[in-house]
Structure formats: structure tokens, C-alpha cells
Write a protein that binds this ligand. Structure first.
Ligand code: SF4
Ligand code: SF4
Ligand code: SF4
Length: 160
């Protein structure tokens, strides 16, 4: 049976000519991810944290509003065409924005409490509450702090 390419395009959408900067692929995404990924959605199904969603053109991406990545490796292991085969999971880290309520004098340390790598610590300040201090080198980009922040003050950045 011949494949109707125009219909296939309608079903799956066109792959992006270039990776958008604000799209966060699953961990260990190959540099040629959109060439290799077949959009089978197996990684979406298998992720115990349910943080992988179907993004533009059906390609999987991480949506941190659903939780954190634990780097369990199940998405990588299930991917048959080896689209998740890079050496490192990814190069990304968070930044803390102006909406952080600690900057306004409200005592909040939630992000530091959930960070397994202690990438966010709190420094005592004279005349106000302890302020968050981020160590970018220690941040794995897991997203636990983003999900937990009560004011959505934390954003993820691609690091290269
Ligand atoms: S490593 Fe585990 S938690 Fe992270 S995206 Fe893959 S399946 Fe989900
Ligand atoms: S959890 Fe959010 S509001 Fe609270 S200290 Fe961290 S960044 Fe600020
Ligand atoms: S993304 Fe993960 S490792 Fe980085 S600061 Fe947040 S909780 Fe810590």
C-alpha cells in the first residue's frame, strides 16, 4: 500500500525546519532529534512523571507544569529509533524571576526544599527574609522547583 504523504503531513504536521529555542525535548534528545523521532509517542506513554507531552507536529517535549523529570531513563530505553541517545540528558537550568515572593519580604523556601542537588540555597539577609541563591552549575534542569513554586517565578533556560 502506498503512503499518501500529503495525508501523513496532515496527520503529523510538518517537522520544524529548526528547533525552536523555547521547546524542551525529552532527556538525551539526539542533535538530529526531529529527523530520527518517528512521533510514535512511546516515550509519552512510558514516562512515570507524565512530563512528556505531544508538542508541535506531534514531536514529544517536556512540559514542566506537569512535574519534574527524575532522569529515570525509561523514555530513553523505550525509544526504538534511538532519538534519545545523546551522552548528556540536556544542558538547561532554571532562573528565578522577579515574581519570587521572597524578594518582596515573604518567607518562602519551597524551591530550596524540593531541590535534590541543593542548587537553590537561602542566604540570610539583614532587614528581610532569606533570599534564594541559585547555583547554576548544580542545577540539573529537573524542574522540581518550577512545579513547586507558588508564584510560577521560576523559568527554564536552555544552557547552550
Ligand atoms: S527520564 Fe523518566 S521522568 Fe524524565 S522524561 Fe524520561 S521517562 Fe520521564
Ligand atoms: S518557591 Fe518560588 S516564590 Fe518561593 S522562594 Fe522559591 S522562587 Fe521564590
Ligand atoms: S531545576 Fe531541579 S536541580 Fe535545578 S534548581 Fe530546580 S529543583 Fe534544583
Amino acid at each position: 500500500m502506498s503512503v499518501d504523504l500529503s495525508r501523513r503531513s496532515l496527520l503529523f504536521g510538518r517537522k520544524p525546519a529548526q528547533e525552536p529555542v523555547n521547546v524542551f525535548r525529552p532527556p538525551w534528545a539526539n542533535e538530529r532529534f526531529t529527523d530520527i523521532c518517528t512521533r510514535c509517542a512511546e516515550c509519552i506513554t512510558v514516562c512515570p512523571s507524565q512530563v512528556i507531552v505531544k508538542g508541535d507536529a506531534g514531536f514529544p517535549e517536556i512540559d514542566y507544569k506537569y512535574g519534574e523529570c527524575t532522569f529515570c531513563g525509561e523514555c530513553r530505553d523505550v525509544c526504538q529509533p534511538k532519538a534519545l541517545s545523546a551522552e548528556d540528558p540536556w544542558h538547561r537550568h532554571v532562573q528565578i524571576g522577579a515574581q519570587c515572593i521572597a524578594y518582596s519580604g515573604v518567607d518562602c523556601r519551597v524551591c530550596g526544599e524540593v531541590c535534590d542537588t541543593a542548587a537553590i540555597k537561602f542566604a540570610l539577609q539583614v532587614g528581610t527574609v532569606a533570599q534564594p541563591q541559585l547555583n547554576i552549575d548544580a542545577c540539573t534542569g529537573c524542574g522540581a522547583c518550577m512545579t513547586s513554586c507558588p508564584t510560577a517565578a521560576i523559568q527554564m533556560l536552555q544552557a547552550k
